[in-house]
Design a protein around this ligand. Sequence first.
Ligand code: NAD
Ligand code: MG
Length: 382
Amino acid sequence: MNKKRIAILGSTGSIGTQTLNVIRRHPDLFEAEVLVGGSNAELLIKQALEFQPNMVVIADKSKYGTVCDALSSTDIKVFAGEESVCDIVEMDCVDIVMAAIVGFAGLKPTLNAIRAKKTIALANKETMVVAGEIVTAEARKNGVAILPVDSEHSAIFQTLQGEFHNKIDKILLTASGGPLFGRKREQIENVTLAEVLKHPNWSMGRKVTIDSASLMNKGLEVIEAKWLFGVGVDKIEVLVHPQSIVHSMVQFEDGSIKAQIGTPTMETPIQYALSYPHRIESHIPRFSFWEHPELTFFRPDTETFRCLPLAYNAIEQGGNIPCVMNAANEVAVQRFIDGKLRFIDIAGFVEQAISKATYIAHPTLDQLLECDTETRKTCNNI
Ligand code: NAD
Ligand code: MG
């Protein structure tokens, strides 16, 4: 395997730092060529000094001076601003773009990377939710591989190796259920941010952790799976599996089900996306059936966790509605973090935003960008 040069969009986040862990352990195979951070200048500087990338970008322009000063004694080139984030992915020196910015902000740089024919390791699921049709069409047109990093989608992708000519009967998408699994509506009415952030199995960024608790994350993942694997959402079934050991499954036409199973850590899917099509050594503790003899599965409680059916509805309506849903959810999650919206009201908030939206059946990219902005404005009046 030739050494792969990687641009990490969102290097200071949960996926970004775990990507650097993988690179640190395999310096003969991977190189951090570009690091992009949002506003955490301190961590970005620390990462740059350790990994000596060719370039770094800080999206927050006000931190440009701080990063420049700290790296002035090195050869590392420093840029700032959202435009630089978009431009940097086009550089010749980049082979793989790890798309690990959180939220809608990840869309434009990811699309740019696809147009520049870079292999994409996709963590940013919002990109697929908002613009799955455009993103997959661009990837096809440019002959670009989109390698899933989201653990469930990596599991499905791994399961499909050697099966791409076979029809998928059903995708069985597993969900941990998050920290509120098993609770009823009245038991989540006054749930606090601290409770919601206490995920039982995964340590992740705040947004995805809150989405996991509301099951919006699983809704976003249903949409992501539809676009990544080209199946109708009627063929995607969600199973709550609290142990997070079975990362997802695919059922084929003959009734056979294949699963990908292992210790829950994002470093496995991250590493697989970087090393694909090879598997390389990993230090991850091996899963033991003797220590975990019981793997259980439940139907999702869609009456308590309404974001999941809401996402199914949004993708069935199609057009710009998933974009509206995503923007409203991002606003709702931020309001919950700020203590201005109850957790239980996230679904209703998103529903209201959708009811106020103007439907566009086949939105262009510009229309989606505008739709995101408009939805955020609409949200101000909810
Ligand atoms: P995070 O909040 O920990 O990190 C986000 C990163 O994006 C940070 O580096 C931040 O600085 C950067 N960023 C934010 N806004 C930016 C902007 N406008 N421009 C440039 N950079 C910006 O989030 P995360 O948990 O690492 O998640 C990243 C993505 O991966 C999300 O889409 C999430 O749904 C997905 N994902 C995460 C996990 C996980 O385990 N963390 C698992 C599956 C999928
Ligand atoms: Mg996931």
